[in-house]
Structures are given as C-alpha cells and as structure tokens.
Design a protein around this ligand. Structure first.
Ligand code: FNR
Length: 350
C-alpha cells in the first residue's frame, strides 16, 4: 500500500480515538425522551432482542459499523473486532476495502475477519465511485453477507487529497446495487441521509440505508487535524463547515415512508441511545467510535464484556418500556425537545 494511504488509515483511527477523550456536549439523543408509564413494564425474560431485516436475522439489534483495515495496526484491530463479533453474535462491518482491491498485500488485513469469524454476519465496505466489478470483488474478499456503500461527500471536501467531483455518484450507486451479489446498505459516514436522499436511494434500487448522522465521530475535524500548514494555507481547511449535516435521530424522524429499510448510526454512546434509535424507526443500530475506544485499549477481551453489558442493559430498558421486541418500541410515547424539536418543526414533521 502506498505510504500516504497507510498513514491516512492509521490517522483516522488515532484521531477518532482522540475525539473520545474530549468532553462531550449535549446531542440530539438527549432531546428524545420516553414518557414513563409506571405500569407498562414487562418481564425481561420475555424480551427478545434479535431483529429481522428482510432475510437477515441478527442476534443483537446493534452492530459494529465500518471502520478500518489494510495496515498492520488496523489488521490487528479487525482481528480483535472479528473475535468479539464471533463471541457475541453481533454483526460487524469492516472499513473500506478499496485499499485491498488495489493492493493484494492489504487484502490480508480483511481476510483476517473471516479467519476469526467464519460464520458471523459480515458486511464489506466500499466507497461510491468505484467500479461495479470492485463491489463484487469486495464481497468475494470477505464472503460478505451484505455490502456497505459509503457516501462521504463532506469528508472528501475536507480531505486535502479528496474528490471534488460528485456528479457521477447517483449512477455509481445504481450500478453497484445492480451488480452486487448481496444486498447493499448505502450509508453516510457521520453527516446523515436526508429525506430527499433516502427517496432517491430507493429509486436507485437501495433496499437498506444507514443514515449515519452527525453528533458522534466527526470526520470534518479528523480531516482538518490531518492537514499540515501548507495544505491549510492552500485553502484546505474546512473547519468552517463544523456542525454540517443531520443527526441520526433527525434523519430517522424525517425519513420518508417509501424509502429504503432504515438502519441508524452516528453518535451512539450507550444502550439507551440504541433504544432511542430503534424507537425512532431504525431496524438496527450501528456503533463505531464507542466500540473503537475499548477495542484499542483492551482488544476483544475488553469489547466482549462491553457488548454483553450492552445486551443486558438494552434488554432491561426494553422491559422497563414494556417492549418485548425492538419492533414493539414503535408504540412507546416519545417526546422531542430542544434542537431536535426545532429541526422537526422546520421540516414540518409532527
Ligand atoms: C469510520 N467510518 C467509516 N465508514 C465507512 O463507511 N467506511 C470507512 O472506511 C470508515 N472508516 C472509519 C474509520 C474510523 C476510525 C471510524 C471511527 C469511523 C464511519 C463509521 O462507519 C460511522 O458512519 C461514523 O463513525 C459515525 O458513527 P459513530 O462513530 O459516531 O458511532
């Protein structure tokens, strides 16, 4: 792999990790509340957390979202993540495999996932704009059950080496969906998918979309931190876009009824956020940054107990809310406050 690409992969992990150490402000997840009904609870023993998404049956309603792979360090991360996924039954995605399609040596950084997790649900990941053949190769490389296709225009804009031409993206999405041997999940990388985008994705053939909204890992800041002073003075600094995009909950509440099946991610901090996203209409919930930190600190040995705790706590919260399944959360009473309520008002959502 060329040195610049390898450095970028490692930088993304290092800088995403550093963001976790910063004090965290209020997010849209804090603006969604449940009305508490003291007699509504059910027996936690009867709660069934598994979810069905089309043909898929996932043991947990949350999954590890696409992060990384290809370099020596990120291969180790993928190995630990794959072990944790195997031990818990949690579905997982890898980061963009583009690097492995261009460089056979980097392919080992992804093959490790199937070595450790031969039977689990694994999603390959590729960026929009690649050839349809590349999408097929990405799926084959991982014997993947699904393909994540990421749309990252905001990130590209903030990357010194990023693309400036997004005009072919709709055609690319359509081609990749048509060619992929497994269902495609079109996703953002932390800036959200709007109502208009979700409608368009459905027209382009997308069955699934992960809204991956703002408020968690912030790729504008990650890319800005990667700039050296030369690229900054050459106009490469896009810190002014800070706050761009919509949160996962804003996207879910704004989603069209005739769009793709929804997954949600972006800024999920704990099991209560998982439950809120499920209640707002997500079929399952993706987690990247919140799993990266324990993964880097203690590998699968740290991540497995964390996932087990998330399963137990999600179950307990569903029992409290009177929901025997994630789908039953649809009949809870939700209150929308603050910034999220303002978003709903401006978008005409009741
Ligand atoms: C990512 N993400 C990402 N997404 C993608 O589709 N392909 C990729 O290669 C990557 N790479 C990547 C690296 C690292 C280190 C992180 C933390 C994240 C984005 C990820 O899947 C997710 O959409 C966002 O991170 C928002 O979720 P969180 O982190 O707020 O839970």
């Amino acid at each position: 792999m060329d040195a610049e690409r390898a450095a970028r992969k490692d930088d993304h992990v290092r800088l995403a990790r550093e963001q976790r150490d910063e004090p965290r402000g209020r997010t849209d997840f804090d603006d969604l509340e449940f009305v508490h009904h003291a007699l509504a609870g059910v027996d936690a023993e009867r709660v069934e957390l598994s979810v069905r998404l089309g043909e898929w049956h996932w043991p947990t309603p949350f999954y590890a979202n696409g992060m990384t792979g290809g370099t020596e360090w990120t291969t180790r991360i993928n190995r630990e993540l794959a072990i944790a996924a195997r031990e818990t039954g949690m579905p997982m995605a890898c980061g963009s495999v583009s690097v492995a399609l261009d460089d056979a040596e980097a392919a080992g950084g992804f093959a490790v996932i199937r070595e450790e997790n031969p039977d689990g649900f694994v999603m390959a990941n590729i960026g929009v704009g690649r050839d349809a053949d590349d999408a097929v190769r990405a799926v084959e490389l991982l014997r993947a059950d699904a393909l994540q296709l990421h749309l990252n225009a905001v990130q590209e804009t903030a990357m010194p080496e990023g693309s400036r031409d997004f005009s072919g993206w709709e055609r690319s999405v359509e081609r990749i969906i048509a060619a992929s041997p497994v269902p495609v999940i079109v996703k953002e990388v932390g800036f959200g998918l709007s109502r208009r985008t979700l409608r368009r994705l459905a027209e382009l053939g997308a069955q699934f979309a992960d809204v991956s909204g703002a408020g968690g890992t912030d790729f504008l800041r990650i890319e800005n931190a990667r700039h050296d002073s030369a690229s900054r003075s050459a106009g490469g600094d896009f810190a002014m876009l800070s706050g761009f995009g919509q949160s996962a909950l804003a996207c879910l509440l704004d989603a069209p009824a005739d769009g793709p099946r929804l997954l949600a991610s972006g800024g999920v901090r704990n099991p209560f956020d998982v439950v809120k996203a499920l209640a707002a209409g997500a079929g399952a919930v993706g987690v990247a940054g919140s799993f990266l930190q324990p993964l880097l600190a203690g590998g699968a040995e740290a991540l497995v107990p964390l996932i087990e705790r998330w399963i137990a706590q999600t179950t307990a919260i569903l029992a409290l809310l009177g929901a025997e399944t994630p789908a039953a959360l649809g009949s809870t009473d939700l209150l929308v406050r603050g910034r999220l309520a303002e978003y709903c008002r401006l978008r005409g959502i009741d």
